[in-house]
Design a protein around this ligand. Sequence first.
Ligand code: FAD
Length: 379
Amino acid sequence: MSEKTFLIRNVAREFAEKYLKPVAKKIDEENRIPEDIINKAREMGFFALRVPEEYGGPGLSLQESVSVVEELAYASSALAIMSVVSGDMVAYPIMRYGTDEQKEKYLSLLGRGGIGAFALTEPCCGSDAAAIETRATREGDYYVITGQKIFITNAPYADFFLVAARTGRPEDRHRGVSLFILDKSPCIKISKMEMMGYRGSGTSTLYLEDCRVPTSNIIGRENEGFKKIMMALNEGRITTAATGLGIMRAAFDLAFEYSNQRKSMGKLLIDHQMVQYMLSEMATLIEASRLLIYEAARASDENRSDLPKLSSMAKLFTAKSGVDVVRMAMQILGGIGYSRDSDVERLYRDIKMIEIGDGTNEVQRMVIIRSLQGRIRLE
Ligand SMILES: Cc1cc2nc3c(=O)[nH]c(=O)nc-3n(C[C@H](O)[C@H](O)[C@H](O)COP(=O)(O)OP(=O)(O)OC[C@H]3O[C@@H](n4cnc5c(N)ncnc54)[C@H](O)[C@@H]3O)c2cc1C
């Protein structure tokens, strides 16, 4: 870890310990993050991780972003995933493919503490993103967007949305999809959802009714949005995995601490061989996930062609390991771990998301095999 990464990580760790940890339970219960915390996170640049300094952001590499996200997730997965979506999945495609005008307007907005959302998934289709039905129709200098999006993180907090919409024919699949920047507007109706985990991150359904977007707000050319969306996902899978890393570490620490206090059959839990087995297994899965996540992040920072494969491997491995680690943590805490009084219960609900969001485990396996077959290329 470089000295810069070490310092950045410590800043995020202090923020998480001081502000996030005390309210993590409340965030989960109320399904919202208190405004003062959101405002502090804005000031810290957590919604603009990847935004270059010239636009007012911290200009972090992906490896540095991963270290921040892990620390935030250690205390609250909700703020961590908000940071992933806005600071990485929304910022990155604008940085990589946006026009100067788009960068000036939207990266600067993120740099000032604004929040972005990434709207791809629809009720019809999540894994099959090439089948999306939201329609963008050109009318003079505008596109008019109509459709429905679902499970959109950050939506109630967002100042703008990256929206994937169909500009071509349905049978053109991914070759008929474009990517737009849509400002917050009354044409977007937001309905917050009650999810099992990552509560507070604003997961919502969006109803888009005749939203008018200037043609200057398309990212890249018409019908060429899909690869840009995939690049955002390559990045996002790594930082989403980093939220899993934070959750796993939190679960491990709780289990380790408990096993050093709780006695059973005349000795501490940690002195029982079967508990030692679980703790050793958990620590190993955490380290292995971390190594894979950092290698994937390095592939992105170095613009390497193995990014899609490593990104999906990091996400898949962390998701599976995370579910195992938190399950073992709950096992070590026994009945108290299963109760609402324990943080492990929240972590258990949170970690499952990593097996679904940003592409399910099955989708990651598809990307891995296609990469191995040489069927996936970076744009
Ligand atoms: C908390 C949370 C936050 C989210 N945030 C966002 C967001 O900010 N923006 C956004 O756009 N989306 C977001 N999502 C959506 C997420 O990316 C999708 O839920 C995910 O891609 C899966 O899509 P789906 O739910 O439609 O499931 P489906 O695609 O319907 O899949 C259902 C099941 O079938 C399997 N399956 C599907 N196709 C195949 C196949 N070909 N072969 C084998 N198995 C298959 C899947 O793996 C899964 O197990 C979020 C989801 C959650 C839970």
